[in-house]
Design a protein around this ligand. Structure first.
Ligand SMILES: [Zn+2]
Length: 418
């Protein structure tokens, strides 16, 4: 049985693609009519509206990074000419840069899908510990919580002691904010003499704006009985994806088009391959097409047990600048950490070299204890590496204990491009 927020979350894939194409066409049409920047962009690219008919045609438009957006807004304040001059804007958010964002209409479902998937709704009293000051976070998460019927305490970035008092006095059932702030609140409660699990009612937490370390997630769930969920978005484009109860990837929201692209070309890569997360939010206020988040991820295209049919993002593997490209595929440090976590007592370093115009991948491996069956360890490691990074290891070399230091780099790129 599915537990979708609405029909859109569970619609057939072909229908979603049809709708996304229509939404993009509608937004392009509006952008060309209302935005000076979009008209200029089309002229510069020698493109006509009729040149874009499919989602693949959409790749003809450039990816706009945050840096580029700041540049555009500085050259033509406040919105770089990307806004609909006729739109009724109820508030303007400011994020570092500065970047000015006209807020999307109140009727948008921002973050509601995420809270719904986490099981938050009527009867919940939620502590919203995202900042309400200038930035979009506090108010937009607030709107999402209200949309699913929860009561919100706009505690923002108040001190952890005050947050503990609110949790106690108002019988808070859920938390939304960063994972590290929740941990700080729990520690403060313990310092104040409370037993967080027994004395309080917080049973759910929805996190964003910061990665959730698996060890911290386990601590929240096991020690404090808090069911945790991850949400992902960007201030420029709103909510992008969210975790369902299966907790195996983040479902892409229905109001955005997510493309995973090769940052060098801006062209899409197939599902399963790592690339930059590029987002377009369907709307009639701010015509920001193909926003490059700088985050690396890959798409999971297989169906999810929860019943939602949308593709999922496989977490965030790092930032574009931290990853290296090997045989046309990205390998990020976070992927290697994931591999390490799955094998007890190993340390390794990935060496990338080039022989006869081909990349070669060598794992230098150090075992903390003697392992009898190194052959099967080697096979397991190679298989798991291929699964996580989608590229194959060419060679595995065993090192003497003590060869790798804790601060040694995980990836060493020795290729010379002559
Ligand atoms: Zn799901």
């Amino acid at each position: 049985m599915s537990d979708c927020y609405d029909y859109e979350e569970c619609m057939p894939l072909e229908e979603r693609e049809r709708r996304q194409t229509l939404q993009i066409m509608k937004m392009l049409d509006a952008g060309l009519q209302r935005s000076s920047r979009i008209r200029k962009m089309f002229t510069e690219l020698k493109l006509d509206y009729s040149d874009i008919k499919t989602l693949s045609d959409f790749e003809k438009l450039p990816v706009t990074s945050r840096e580029k957006l700041i540049e555009l807004e500085m050259s033509e304040p406040p919105y770089g000419g990307l806004n609909n001059t006729d739109a009724d804007v109820d508030r303007i958010f400011i994020s570092p840069g500065p970047v000015y964002e006209p807020h999307l209409s109140e009727s948008y479902h921002l973050w509601a899908r995420a809270y719904y998937a986490a099981g938050i709704g009527k009867g919940d009293v939620v502590l919203n510990a995202f900042s309400y000051h200038m930035v979009a976070a506090g108010l937009t998460f607030h709107g999402g919580l209200r949309n699913v019927g929860a009561t919100v305490i706009p505690s923002g970035t108040s001190s952890s002691q005050l947050q503990v008092e609110l949790i106690r006095d108002l019988a808070v059932t859920a938390y939304t904010g960063t994972p590290s702030f929740l941990m700080a609140i729990i520690s403060k409660a313990e310092e104040m003499g409370y037993n967080f699990k027994k004395d309080f009612k917080v049973r759910r937490a929805c996190f964003a704006a910061e990665p959730l370390a698996p060890s911290l997630r386990e601590k929240f769930e096991r020690e404090y009985a808090i069911d945790t969920y991850q949400m992902y978005g960007a201030t420029e484009v709103g909510d992008v994806s969210f975790e369902c109860k299966e907790k195996k990837g983040w479902h892409v929201c229905e109001e955005v088009l997510v493309e995973i692209v090769d940052p060098a070309t801006g062209k899409k890569v197939p599902p399963g391959m790592l690339g930059e997360v590029v987002v377009t939010r369907f709307n009639n206020t701010f015509f920001l097409f193909r926003f490059g988040t700088g985050d690396l991820s890959r798409l999971i295209a297989s169906p999810c047990m929860c019943g939602r049919t949308s593709f999922r993002l496989d977490g965030i593997a790092g930032r574009v600048g931290d990853a290296v490209k090997v045989r046309g595929l990205f390998v990020a440090p976070s992927q290697l950490n994931k591999i390490k976590e799955n094998f007890d007592g190993i340390k390794f370093q990935l060496l990338i070299g080039r022989v006869a115009h081909e990349d070669i991948l060598i794992i230098k491996l150090e075992l903390k204890e003697a392992v009898l069956d190194t052959k099967s360890l080697e096979e397991d490691l190679k298989r798991f590496f291929k699964e996580i990074c989608t590229v194959r290891i060419d060679r595995l070399e065993f090192l003497k204990p003590g060869s790798l230091k804790d601060d040694d780099r995980l990836i060493v790129d020795q290729r010379e491009w002559k």
